[in-house]
Design a protein around this ligand. Structure first.
Ligand code: SF4
Length: 300
């Protein structure tokens, strides 16, 4: 059951992280208009099962007034609201409260702040920790998210460069993570990727929306364009097995997706997402409405 709608408010970000599966960067541009946000929220009401609205990116604080108004409207519709941020704005705890007070007044339900070496490597306390101190000083709850770099785990749990093919860490090998994080990791044969391990493709619990209209089931796999067909109708019509990309993925994972068209790729692949992303990249121009936007595939 679909319970969450996540606005990718923008692909623009202050950082260009190695693990980013959307290829966000300072060079990306664009955001939603206020009227588009209003339309989506009205349509979310029609779906009838939505509980949560998230604002994320990219970095949603780059469009702070728009994000704040989006939160206000989402609360007005009766949804719970979450925000995910890299905390670039938290220059010190007291200054962070200037940003946080607006969110506290709107009674947001989840504030998740990225705090890991992908987002900050300095000696000082991280922006996220400054934001946490700021939030605590005004009695506001918040959480931090830590993405660990992938490494190979041995049976004893000691991380080494090469060894047993068990990969630790929560980074997913899609988008820029494929380019930046897969080197040196063990690989598997292409006929072994027969499931999608991380997404409920048949019954998605949440979708991500971008300002070009894509309704992402997994990053870069779209149900269709909500500026052409209303979101509630796309959700209603979606049948994973009939979708040209999720159909094969549900039936037999990335291996089946490659066999279905067919796509023949050179090289080795670390896991399901790595092979899936490579196969989808090869199919992107064949299914431009369903595999996009190009930026998410590293194409600008
Ligand atoms: S296998 Fe493909 S569809 Fe499934 S989570 Fe990985 S990238 Fe997404």
């Amino acid at each position: 059951m679909l319970t969450g709608i996540h606005f990718l408010l923008t692909y623009k970000c202050t950082y260009e992280c190695d693990h980013c599966f959307l290829y966000c960067s300072p060079d990306a541009s664009g955001t939603f208009t206020l009227s588009q946000i209003k339309d989506v929220l009205a349509d979310a009401d029609k779906i009838g099962t939505i509980e949560w609205i998230y604002f994320e990116g990219g970095e949603p604080f780059l469009y702070f007034p728009l994000m704040v108004e989006g939160i206000r409207l989402a609360k007005q519709h009766g949804f719970k609201v979450g925000v995910v941020t890299n905390c670039y704005w938290a220059t010190d705890p007291e200054s962070a409260t200037l940003w946080l007070r607006a969110l506290r007044e709107l009674e947001i339900d989840d504030l998740s702040m990225s705090d890991d070496p992908f987002h900050y490597e300095g000696d000082d306390i991280s922006p996220a920790q400054k934001a946490v101190l700021g939030a605590q000083s005004i009695g506001m709850d918040c959480d931090t998210i830590c993405i660990e770099a992938p490494a190979v785990l041995t049976k004893s749990g000691i991380e080494i460069a090469k060894g047993a093919p068990v990969i630790s860490g929560s980074a997913r090998f899609r988008g820029r993570a494929v380019e930046k994080l897969t080197a040196g990791l063990p690989t598997r044969p292409i006929d072994s990727f027969v499931t999608c391990p991380y997404e409920e493709l048949e019954k998605p619990e949440r979708v991500h929306l971008d300002n070009t209209g894509n309704v992402h089931i997994c990053q870069g796999i779209s149900m269709g364009n909500m500026w052409d067909i209303p979101l509630s109708e796309l959700i209603d019509r979606y049948a994973a097995l009939q979708h040209p990309i999720t159909g094969p993925l549900v039936a037999g994972g990335p291996t089946r997706l490659a066999q279905s068209y067919p796509v023949r790729l050179e090289g080795n692949f670390v896991d399901e997402c790595h092979y899936c992303f490579a196969v989808r990249s090869a199919l992107r121009t064949q299914f431009p409405e369903l595999l996009g936007p190009p930026l998410v595939y590293g194409v600008v």
